[in-house]
Design a protein around this ligand. Sequence first.
Ligand SMILES: O=P(O)(O)OC[C@H]1O[C@H](OP(=O)(O)OP(=O)(O)O)[C@H](O)[C@@H]1O
Ligand SMILES: O=c1[nH]c(=O)c2nc[nH]c2[nH]1
Ligand SMILES: [Mg+2]
Length: 173
Amino acid sequence: MADKTLSAEERAGRAFPVSWDQFHRDCRALTWRLNEAGPFAAIIAITRGGLVPAAIVARELGVRVIDTVGVASYDHTRQGELNVLKAISEDTLKLGSGTGKGLLIVDDLVDTGKTAQLVREMLPDAHFATVYAKPKGRPLVDTFITEVSQDTWIFFPWDTALSFAPPLRDGAA
Ligand SMILES: O=P(O)(O)OC[C@H]1O[C@H](OP(=O)(O)OP(=O)(O)O)[C@H](O)[C@@H]1O
Ligand SMILES: O=c1[nH]c(=O)c2nc[nH]c2[nH]1
Ligand SMILES: [Mg+2]
């Protein structure tokens, strides 16, 4: 049984640090795939993690109508209740005929898939894209770029900073 006193990151066996360069490249690769699935009338970023990929995808696809849906469930690395902090606007709902047809939802990743499930219920016909996917969440995503194992914690560039790493022979992982 999983130890509930440990955070998701502490339970994760591996770390997958992503640099700004790598993230930009992965977002552009995602856009190549999305270009074939579009065109899209608007992009909905799941904030906050979806903001940076949505900006890059919007620039590459030439989409200028951007909305947000605010969903939070992790307090740093501990998953709690899903909270919808901001709903999708009426204008965007109309643009997608109420079901999300012709709209693109963007997030940084799917992990357990709980966030994706909730937003998919709001817009069942929208295309759902993430940059990274873990196996549990993967079935909820239409397009993604890189899959990592469920026990991997992804470190995004906006959450990290360069720091000294001790040499391997001194016990570094
Ligand atoms: O598939 P799940 O297990 O639901 O996890 C994925 C979600 O978790 C993170 O958001 P978080 O709740 O940390 O909020 P944030 O985007 O504001 O950082 C991430 O940006 C995804 O939206
Ligand atoms: O920065 C993050 N990395 C992850 O692997 C993750 N999973 C859920 N939420 C997450 N946030
Ligand atoms: Mg998020």
